[in-house]
Design a protein around this ligand. Structure first.
Ligand code: HH2
Length: 255
């Protein structure tokens, strides 16, 4: 899954693809590099980010979704209206960091045949990194995801349409993130495809001492480690480099 942030302020690529023409070109380039899915977002959710106006979010994402929706594409949003309009414009999946908790979000998905990525987050982007706390981060994240899957099923969204994501960096300390990577294999018990989004995140900066523009090597390593622990969808900025690493692992696994 290639990350396409149509925002002026995303943490690692904010502003680079804010112009829709550049965003569309970047989406096509990521597909050429081997992305099976693009994730188009119009609102930064980096720690401390302020919410974006709904009309502004639509203005950012819709032209890009329309231009790229001939192949699989998800829209990264928490807003039911953006979900509905993006699905109507051809998006095949909604990627929601709030796991469809906004009023009307379950209904927006249920009224479509789109897929959904349910992500765990403790708190909100504005405050989530202030004091994240868990007794057992893996158990609590899995309990939350189980509950959201059940809510989806009650709303009429079949399991076949659902993927889950532990939400690296969303209300988690470095120790929590490392524990989630270490025990990512346990998420297989949910019986659904697992998404892992570690690309360029601050935990990689904390471990390497590198700024967000210089975390490609750590990101590729993180993606590979997540894949080896069972992640089926890797949310990455650096598609070509991640593909190369996966090619090596697959060759070793299949020869
Ligand atoms: N991470 C970000 C945004 N959306 N969605 C899922 N499912 N999983 C993630 O880990 C995830 C996500 C944050 O990264 P990015 O889009 O690069 O930055 P920003 O939120 O600043 O736009």
């Amino acid at each position: 899954m290639g990350v396409l942030n149509v925002t002026p302020d995303s943490f690692s690529d904010g502003g680079r693809y804010f112009d829709p023409v550049r965003a569309i070109a970047r989406g096509r380039a990521m597909r050429d590099e081997g992305a099976d899915l693009l994730d188009v977002g119009g609102e930064s959710t980096r720690p401390g980010a302020a919410p974006v106006d709904e009309n502004e979010e639509l203005r950012r994402v819709l032209p890009v979704v329309e231009a790229l929706a001939a192949a699989p594409l998800s829209v990264d949003t928490r807003r039911p209206r953006v979900m509905r309009e993006a699905l109507a414009a051809g998006a095949s999946m909604v990627n929601d960091i709030e796991a469809l908790r906004a009023p009307g979000a379950l209904e927006a998905l249920a009224a479509s045949d789109g897929a959904v990525c349910l992500m765990h987050m403790q708190g909100t982007p504005a405050t989530m990194q202030q004091a994240p706390a868990y007794l057992d981060v893996v158990a609590e994240v899995m309990d939350f995801l189980r509950e959201r899957v059940a809510a989806c099923e009650r709303a009429g969204i079949a399991r076949e349409r659902i993927v889950v994501d532990p939400g690296f960096g969303f209300g988690k300390t470095l120790a929590h993130n490392l524990e989630l990577v270490r025990r990512l294999g346990e998420f297989a018990t949910l019986g659904l495809p697992v998404v892992a989004g570690l690309s360029r995140k601050s935990m990689l900066g904390a471990l390497t001492g590198r700024p967000d523009g210089d975390r490609v090597a750590a990101s590729v390593a993180a993606a590979l480690l997540a894949a080896q622990r069972g992640a089926k969808i890797l949310r990455v900025h650096d598609v070509r480099e991640t593909r190369d690493a996966l090619a090596l692992w697959h060759a070793l696994a299949t020869t």
